[in-house]
Write a protein that binds this ligand. Structure first.
Ligand code: ATP
Length: 401
């Protein structure tokens, strides 16, 4: 899929931008702080309804718009997909400037949709220099990544995730209440059915998608390392046993059951296990005032030749594993959607060595639409540059050539 028309109003430093695109490589270049990243952020935002950079949506609205008392930003695109031409429009209205409160309205083909019904219509994969944190930092970062990726493929997952998060919050509040004020511990169990139902679906989908990503990422990684290293992704659902057993254990059974080596568990099997685990940790949950079992504590392990990259990988190895994962995500989305997602490469070429840049260029050059930012277009291989459309970005404006 690809964008053919694009319009921004009051988005970040773009007061107004109206432009057309074709497939292929579009290189946005220019000095620092001109709006290159802002532009990629806008496409990612239109795709996922979430910003990777802004803490609050209100930050996306142009400073001047906020000052003029018309605080809104709008993003509009004409999208060419296998099934035809579509129109997407998203409006961010600041309803309370002081509190930075916003409302988001989404139209798809002129029909108003909720975020959950919209996500996945425009598939994108964003490559960032900080992608290395997917490997190097905390499980929460990996869970967030998994959620965003699976939401683009499976709307049901996204709905279950929203419901699970809600039930989890309510269950935790109940646990805290019982912990602080006492009362009947059985009130906590009232939430268990919903927690298990929504959580089990998340676990089942995660194990499936990780197994698929693992297979593709291993191939990409072998390519990137000239076959010298073997990457293996492993799903690690976790159970924290509390202060007396401060270490973390996998969910009561061997982690390899969750990877490609083992057979994948069915929804019924996961529900049963989840229920059993909840019963087993009930006393500790009441003591700690929080839910200790479930997909909100999951993690993914990245092993290279059997060594855990989060704890023991070199920066270079972590970066390569992260790149293999992103390339696998592209292949997975292409496979599920039957067409390529739009690729957004934010200043990633400068981070990679020459060999990997060459490989990346080869992997990405097909019918895909790729937006790439760089401060120095001379970094591009000459054959790549010759086939790219070059746009200079200057203070929130596009200058062709
Ligand atoms: N809401 C906003 N309204 C107006 N300007 C904004 C807003 N948010 C950010 N900016 C401005 O956008 C500029 C940053 O743009 P961006 O991050 O896209 O730069 P860039 O071209 O990618 O630069 P670099 O090469 O340094 O990454 C900053 O000058 C910042 O002040």
């Amino acid at each position: 899929m690809y964008l053919t028309e694009y319009r921004l109003t009051n988005f970040r430093n773009y007061a107004r931008l109206e432009t057309r695109f074709d497939r292929g490589l579009i290189v946005l270049y220019g000095q620092n702080a001109q709006g290159k990243t802002n532009f990629l952020e806008s496409i990612a935002f239109l795709s996922t309804a979430r910003s990777v950079h802004a803490r609050r949506d209100a930050q996306l609205v142009h400073f001047d718009a906020a000052e003029e008392g018309l605080p809104f930003a709008s993003l509009e695109a004409v999208v060419q997909r296998r099934d035809g031409t579509h129109r997407a429009r998203m409006i961010v209205n600041v309803s309370d400037v002081e509190q930075q409160r916003t409302q988001k309205t989404i139209f798809w083909d002129e029909k108003r949709l909720t975020i959950l019904d919209y996500i996945g219509e425009i598939a994108t994969v964003l490559f960032l220099p900080q992608d290395i944190s997917l490997i190097a930092s905390s499980p929460a970062v990996r869970r967030r990544y998994l959620n965003m990726t699976i939401c683009q493929i499976d709307r049901e997952y996204c709905r279950d995730l929203a419901k699970y998060t809600e039930v989890l919050q309510q269950r935790n509040a109940t646990l805290r209440m019982v912990q602080e004020r006492g009362g009947d511990p059985e009130v906590v169990a009232l939430w268990d059915d919903q927690l298990v139902r929504h959580g089990a679906y998340l676990i089942v989908r995660r194990q499936q998608i990780i197994a698929q990503l693992d297979e593709i990422a291993a191939r990409m990684h072998a390519d990137l390392t000239g076959g010298r290293e073997r990457l293996h992704m492993q799903y690690v659902p976790r159970l924290e046993l509390g202060p007396r057993n401060a270490h973390q254990l996998s969910l009561g059974f061997a982690p390899e059951m969750w990877g490609v080596q083992g057979s994948l568990l069915s929804l019924d099997e996961v529900e049963t296990l989840f229920r059993e685990e909840l019963a087993a940790v009930r006393a500790q949950e009441l003591e700690r005032g929080m839910t200790l079992v479930g997909p909100h504590r999951d993690d993914v392990r990245f092993l290279v030749n059997g060594v855990d990259m989060t704890d023991f990988g070199s920066r270079g190895q972590q970066r390569t594993a992260a790149l293999a994962l992103k390339l696998a995500e592209v292949a997975l989305l292409r496979n599920k959607k039957g067409e390529s997602p739009i690729l957004l490469l934010d200043d990633v070429m400068s981070e990679l060595d020459h060999e990997r840049r060459r490989l990346l260029s080869h992997l990405l050059l097909d019918d895909t639409q790729i937006f790439m930012t760089t401060t120095d277009p001379n970094q591009l291989a000459p054959d790549v540059r010759a086939n790219a459309r070059l746009i200079r970005v200057e203070q929130g404006r596009f200058i062709e050539g």
